[in-house]
Structures are given as structure tokens and as C-alpha cells.
Ligand binder design. Sequence first.
Ligand code: DX5
Length: 225
Amino acid sequence: MKPPFFPLPTGRAALVPSVLAADFTCLRDSLAPVKKLADWVQVDVMDGHFVPNISFGPGIVSAVAAASSLPIDAHLMVEDPGRFIGAFASAGSGLITVHAEALAPGPCLKKIKALGLKAGLALRPKTPLKRVLPYLPLLDLILIMTVEPGFGGQAFMPEMMPKVAAARKLISGSGRGIWLQVDGGINAGTAETAASAGADSLVIGSALFSAADPAALLRGLKKKI
Ligand code: DX5
């Protein structure tokens, strides 16, 4: 098992398939072509309140853990993440991300760290970067959403790039090893845009799992970013 969320030796951005876009009739087969090329996988959890969609619970983390040895990042797009952190940790998540706009992000981040996991904080497109400042000492990852959270297959929001660049500056100035993750509308073209702005973890869902050859897409991306 790769050490969870290791700094990449090559300095390239981490590639993170979003399981939301995988084929759930055959999850193991869907992950097979990408699991040797991806750096970790993301499970998008939606509660129908924080976002207008419902996706899945901790059981999918266990299923993904059984289907691949990749570290798992649980992105909790839920109103009250504190209620679910323990379950997602026990199911096999190595990193759990909560939203700055959800209930009690500070106590949630502390709970994630107390469990020995990596902690991430996500921002909706409209939420200003400054909302991460009070939590910076707790963070292993900042997620800048480049779509409105809730659904895969949406168009990338290039207007988020100044926020990504500002987050890169904030992280570099913090002297801490914090991943800068971008999620939403990532494909071969937008991956370069996001990486050039400073992102070093790219979540890719529909562009990957709808590709004729997902492995070739990841190999190509690794050369570009
Ligand atoms: C939105 C989800 C999606 C997903 C990636 O709430 O977080 O952004 O992970 O989906 P694609 O790559 O299809 O935009």
C-alpha cells in the first residue's frame, strides 16, 4: 500500500479519479485500468441537503478499498460532517475533506486529525479563500471547487484560477505541506490550466471514466502536469 497521500517524488500534480463517475455495475473492473496510474482515489459523498444530490455512504469506501490498494480521499459534501467522520475513517478513508460552509468545520478537522488521518477543507466557488485561514494549522489539503458541488460532468470554471493561484501563494508562505486540490470539470485541457495556476492534486471523474482508454488519458496527463 502506498503511504497515504505521499508527496510525489517527481513534483508533478497528483491524479485523483473520482469514483462518482465510475461504472457501479462493475466497480472493480472500472478501477482496474486506472489503479496503477492514479495517486489516490476520491469518494464524493453527498447528503441531498448540503448539495441537491445524494451519492453514497461509507460502504462505497469499503468497496473501493477492496477493489484497489490506492489511498482513499472522502470528500464530504454534507451539512453535518461531524456525524459521519468516524464511519468514513473506519471504512478506510486516509484523508477526509469537509466543507468550510458546513457545520463546525474546525471541530471536524480536529476530529479527523485525532483519528490519525489527513484533513482537507473544501471551498464552494463562491466562498472566499480567506475562510481557510483560521484552520490552516490543521490542514493537509485545500480543495478549490471548480464546479458547484453536487454533480459530475459539469463545465470547469476558469474564473476559479485566481483563487487557486492565491491558495498556492498562501500554502507556499505557510511553510506547510498542504495539497492544493482542484475538483470539477478536469480533463486533458483544463488539467494543464489548473496545474499552471498552482494545483498539485487534480480530481478527474467523467472525463476519465468516459474515455475510450482511461489509462492512456492518465499517462498523457502525467506527461503534461
Ligand atoms: C461535484 C463532484 C465532481 C466530481 C468530479 O460535487 O465533486 O466535481 O468529483 O466530477 P467531473 O470530473 O465529472 O467534473
